[in-house]
Every structure is written in structure tokens, then in C-alpha cells.
Design a protein around this ligand. Structure first.
Ligand code: PEP
Ligand code: MG
Length: 309
């Protein structure tokens, strides 16, 4: 069925003072791409691929993944689709992956660290992505990066996946942009170094807040200490944005704060120009931005860099 989008949903994000703001959607399942479009998303800023691996006894094979990624890319008809490689570990367990039982799983094998332990899984996923990229504007996003070496490793893996697809004569795109999640304090602080290895940044404020404030994002006991708008987090965002601008890299925020109508203007005031959020938040965030002048956003951002809220 054709996507039905109300005329008001077709307006791109824009401040009252005229500056454009790219509004993308976060999705966890291919079927949500249609909802994202209906809600007025200009692309998919974060497609979490964990769902493909959960609730089963073996990992999905290359074709199953290819079909899932292709479905989203085709639904989005040329709009950007940023697909994150597997970010299992931490609080999400998958029995068949045989992860170690760690006392601090959030500080252990998760995200790209799992990929480095299981390059076979990573190769399969990357091959599926490079194949699906022939159908539209697919970009790859790497989760849980703390040091530049991890990005170098992933890029080498992506290069060899492209080479093996070429050898086998399988249609694919070799030049897919590779971006880095900025969700550890180390990544934010060294964003200038990571910028040499990345085509874009996506700031994951959910984890960035957990790691910077040393407060488990899933624990009710420390929830009062967990705030995505504390001065510490906003300073890390500001530092990342500064590095991105100097390196001429686009920078998105894809954590929950991007979809909070009171917080989104602050992020824009810090220099962020792309926000990716749950589809249900898109219209309220667009509305709030359309009522905000850039000078107001900047003044608000400047104020909160120096107070705890
Ligand atoms: C984040 O950490 O902010 C993020 C967007 O990723 P996830 O919530 O999947 O960890
Ligand atoms: Mg995260």
C-alpha cells in the first residue's frame, strides 16, 4: 500500500529563523520504516539490527539480513538509511553467541568488541549491507567505539568483505560511508582523532550519559544521577561537534535526547544539525524547532553548559 503522509508531515525540519534541521527516525525493525515515513522522517538515522539476532537459536544468515536491509532501503526511496552493526552484549544476551559472563557487562564484550571476537558474524553482516547498498543510500554505523584502532579494524573488515564480493561477482557497493557512534566518553574526547577514520558521527546520548556519569542506564536506583542534559554530557556533545565541524563531518544525535522536545533545541544550539528519534516524536520536535530562533537555541545551550539540570 502507498505510504500516506499528511501534508504537514512533508515539511522538513526548520527553525523559526530558517536554519534547516535534518529529522531522521530510529527503527528497530524493518516494518517500522513505513511508520517513520508516515511520521515525516527524512531518512533512517539509526536502524538497530539487534532484533534480527534475538529470540532465536542461530544467527541470521547473509540472505536473511540482506532482505531485511534491502526492505528498509527500498521503502525509503533514496533517502539515507544508516544501519548500525550488531550491538549485542551489555544488557542484551544471546545464548548462541556464547558471550562470557562478566561482572560488568556494559564495560565488557559488546558492540564492536563482539565483532572483533567474532569476525565471522561481522563479515556476514557487512556483506549483507554492501549488497543492500546497491538499492539506495545505505550507510554503516559502528557501535561502542572507544579507540581509533577499533574503527581501523572495522574498515579493514569492510574492505575485505567488498573484495570477496567482487571476487565472487556478487553485486554490491564498495564505497559505503562508514560512521562512528560517539557513545563512550573516550570517543567524545578524542573525536578529532576518530574523525580521520569516519565519514560521519552519530552521538548516542543514552550510553554516553551512562558511561560519563557512571550511572547504569537501566538501574532505577541511580536514575536520579542519569541525565542526558547534565553539563557533563552537553560538554562532551559540544566537544564532539567542534571536532566534527573542524573535520567537516556531519554529526547527528540519535539518543533519546534528540526526541525530547525540550532538549532538541539545546542540541541544535550546540551546533548539531541532524536529529534521529523515535518516529512518534518527530512531529512534536519539528513543531518545537519551528518555534525556536537559532539565537535562542544558542543562548539556552550556552547557559546549560555551565549548570546542572
Ligand atoms: C545510544 O546509546 O544513545 C543509542 C542510540 O544506542 P542504544 O540506545 O541502542 O544503545
Ligand atoms: Mg548505545
Amino acid at each position: 500500500a502507498p505510504v500516506r503522509r499528511q501534508p504537514s508531515r512533508d515539511q522538513p525540519g526548520r527553525l523559526a529563523s530558517g536554519e534547516p534541521v535534518t529529522i531522521w527516525a530510529n527503527i528497530n525493525h524493518p516494518l517500522e520504516a513505513r511508520i517513520a515515513l508516515e511520521q515525516g522522517a527524512e531518512g533512517i538515522g539509526l536502524f538497530r539490527t539487534e532484533f534480527l539476532f534475538l529470540g532465536r537459536s542461530t544467527p541470521p544468515d547473509e540472505n536473511e539480513q540482506y532482505e531485511a536491509y534491502r526492505a528498509v532501503v527500498e521503502m525509503m526511496e533514496g533517502r539515507p538509511v544508516i544501519i548500525r552493526t550488531l550491538d549485542i552484549g551489555g544488557d542484551k544476551r544471546v545464548e548462541y553467541l556464547d558471550l562470557p559472563h562478566e561482572p560488568n557487562p556494559s564495560l565488557g564484550i559488546r558492540g564492536l568488541r563482539l565483532a572483533m571476537r567474532r569476525p565471522d558474524l561481522f563479515q556476514t553482516q557487512i556483506r549483507a549491507m554492501l549488497r543492500a547498498a546497491t538499492h539506495g543510500d545505505l550507510r554503516i554505523l559502528l557501535p561502542m567505539v572507544a579507540i581509533p584502532d577499533e574503527v581501523t579494524w572495522a574498515r579493514e573488515q569492510i574492505h575485505s568483505a567488498a573484495e570477496s564480493l567482487a571476487r565472487q561477482g556478487i553485486p554490491h557497493r564498495a564505497d559505503v560511508p562508514v560512521g562512528v557512534m560517539i557513545e563512550t566518553p573516550a570517543a567524545a574526547i578524542t573525536a578529532d582523532l576518530l574523525a580521520r577514520e569516519a565519514a560521519f558521527f552519530s552521538i548516542g546520548t543514552n550510553d554516553l550519559a551512562q558511561y560519563a556519569l557512571a550511572a547504569d542506564r537501566t538501574s532505577a536506583d541511580v536514575s536520579a544521577r542519569y541525565s542526558q542534559t547534565s553539563a557533563a554530557i552537553l560538554r562532551l556533545i559540544a566537544q564532539t561537534v567542534g571536532s566534527a565541524i573542524r573535520a567537516r563531518l556531519p554529526v547527528c544525535v540519535c539518543g533519546e535526547s534528540a526526541g525530547a522536545p525540550d532538549v532538541a533545541p539545546l542540541l541544535i544550539g550546540l551546533g548539531v544539525s541532524q536529529l534521529s528519534m523515535n518516529p512518534a516524536s518527530i512531529s512534536i520536535v519539528k513543531e518545537r524547532l519551528s518555534e525556536t530562533m537559532m539565537t535562542q537555541a544558542q543562548a539556552a545551550a550556552h547557559a546549560v553548559l555551565n549548570i546542572y539540570i
